[in-house]
Design a protein around this ligand. Structure first.
Ligand SMILES: [Zn+2]
Length: 252
């Protein structure tokens, strides 16, 4: 899913609760231990989770106050992370005052992932940076970071259907209409399952009407012909929505 799962902490960890040792610089700092609960509302077409999880982005990443390293769990780091965090591009990224502080945290994590070769994970983090810009009505930043997320996805290994749909949605929301239409056409050539075609049909309509707004996965479902209240309640139910969502992307 969208949120990088926090790494389980070692049972031999000696820090008191809340104290975390940065894996890059060794500093100790108090950090929130965030455990993601299941969202109750449908996700956006780019899989940004619904509420109540949606509003918790301020807790998704920890950041070391000394070196600026940001990650879901800063006590964990790839071997080459220290080199990346010490280098000039990272230093300027975390001190770029033109970017909102929460956005910088996600950009920092995206940069570490990209520089350590995790391109798809970097794309996720970059998209999450765009979500923080959405929340601040910074469309200029959100558009740039969505396009960067697409570039990162496309620079990694082949994409699965879920990632391809997110590329389509990122292009649409960045108002890259031709790019979105091309990506939709490319997916349709592969004859995807019916549920994916429904999402692509919605994306196609949105692209044709130059609609760059946020829409949820639920709006890609065919409208209930009868008893809309019952159908709506079923859709709003956590298990049925997740069941549908898993079927959509072939997940278990
Ligand atoms: Zn540190």
């Amino acid at each position: 899913m969208v949120i990088p799962a926090p790494q389980p902490r070692s049972t031999t960890h000696r820090s008191p609760p809340g104290e975390v040792t940065c894996a890059v610089c060794g500093s100790e700092s108090r950090q929130v231990m965030f455990r993601a609960g299941a969202p109750e509302q449908a996700p956006d077409l780019d899989l940004r989770p619904g509420e109540p999880l949606r509003s918790t982005m301020g807790h998704w990443l920890q950041q070391c106050p000394r070196c600026g390293y940001a990650a879901p769990d800063i006590s964990q780091a790839r071997p080459s992370a220290a080199r990346v965090v010490g280098a000039a591009p990272f230093r300027s990224l975390v001190s770029e005052v033109a970017h909102p502080p929460l956005s910088r945290r996600f950009l920092a994590w995206a940069h570490v992932l990209e520089e350590t070769g995790a391109m798809h994970e970097a794309a996720e983090a970059m998209l999450q940076a765009a979500w923080t810009a959405d929340d601040l009505n910074r469309q200029d930043l959100a558009r740039n970071w969505r396009l960067e997320a697409v570039a990162l996805w496309r620079s990694g290994p082949g994409l699965d259907a879920e990632q391809q749909v997110r590329v389509v949605d990122a292009l649409r929301r960045a108002e890259a209409w031709d790019g979105a239409a091309d990506a939709i056409a490319a997916m349709l050539r592969d004859q995807p399952p019916e549920a994916v075609r429904q999402v692509l049909a919605l994306e196609s309509r949105l692209v044709e009407s130059s609609d760059a707004r946020r829409h949820t996965v639920a709006s890609a479902l065919p409208p209930p012909a009868r008893r809309p209240h019952v159908a709506h309640q079923k859709l709003a139910g956590r298990s049925s929505l997740f069941g549908w969502f898993r079927r959509l992307f072939g997940r278990r």
